[in-house]
Design a protein around this ligand. Structure first.
Ligand code: GSH
Length: 250
């Protein structure tokens, strides 16, 4: 390796001395008060780190704004921008599961480093993003939003939520939280369970019911759930045109 000249070394050192202190700008959360949004408000509240909220009114089509699509190309909330990302440079993250993992790694909380414990958290996290979320989302759509009253999809997705609740209940019969200790997996599931429990009687799922109440009693969870709740309004026909029947855009 070539030896650096003293002149160069002095120059480099002077650059280092002039370096500005790291930005203290908080994480920006792109959010609307929905079960997917709550996953991240919950994690940020549990972490107790400062964050700024950008409300993205998905009923009015703000998820299609070009600036938001740069951060979240799937036109869905939640998303975050961390001004202090890897290497001290900003990073944006979309997809709730990826955001939870990112924050868990960054702050070293609610996402264990021990591989066995981490695998269990990931099992339940992916179970939520690939199962509970989509199934409960469809049940919600056909029960509350579809213009037509369609018996088959209503039953199909309500049954699937019931089955998934049974899986959770069984897991929670031997442990307090889904992966043993309170983790991002619980945070991912909680708001979905709360919303689906409006049409699924929890009497048949006592362990799940106790878990729901245990998490619901946490102060951080109450704060996270109430964030922007007052902005949510009943879906109108105009909103339906924005939200449903979306197809690929140029
Ligand atoms: N897989 C995504 C799902 C996110 C999602 O579906 N977000 C909904 C709100 S709960 C949304 O932004 N909808 C806007 C739209 O449908 O255009 C995640 O887990 O982040």
């Amino acid at each position: 390796m070539a030896k650096k000249s003293t002149k160069k070394r002095v120059k480099k050192a002077s650059v280092v001395r002039r370096k500005v202190p790291p930005s203290t700008k908080p994480i920006a959360l792109y959010y609307w008060s929905t079960p997917n949004g709550h996953k991240i408000s919950l994690m940020l509240e549990e972490l107790g780190v400062p964050y700024g909220v950008h409300f993205v009114d998905i009923n009015k089509g703000e998820q299609f704004a070009p600036a938001f699509l740069k951060i979240s190309p799937n036109n869905r909330i939640p998303a975050i921008v961390d001004p202090q990302g890897p290497g001290g440079r900003p990073v944006s993250v979309f997809e709730s599961g990826a955001i939870l993992q990112y924050l868990g790694r960054k702050y070293g909380r609610f996402y264990p480093q021990d591989e066995r414990a981490r695998v269990q958290v990931e099992e339940w996290l992916f179970w939520q993003v690939g199962g509970l979320g989509p199934m409960a989302g469809q049940a919600n759509h056909f029960r509350n939003y579809a213009k037509e009253d369609l018996a088959y999809p209503k039953q199909r997705y309500t049954d699937e939520v019931h089955r998934l609740f049974g899986v959770m209940n069984k897991g929670l019969s031997t442990r307090k939280y889904l992966a043993g200790s309170y983790s991002i997996a619980d945070m991912a599931c909680w708001s979905w369970v709360l919303s689906a429990s409006k049409y699924t009687n929890l009497d048949a799922f006592p362990h799940l019911s106790a878990w729901k109440d245990r998490i619901g009693a946490r102060k951080a969870v109450a704060r996270a759930k109430s964030l922007g709740a007052d902005r949510r309004k009943p879906v109108t026909d105009e909103d339906r045109k924005v939200l449903f029947g979306q197809r690929a855009r140029a």
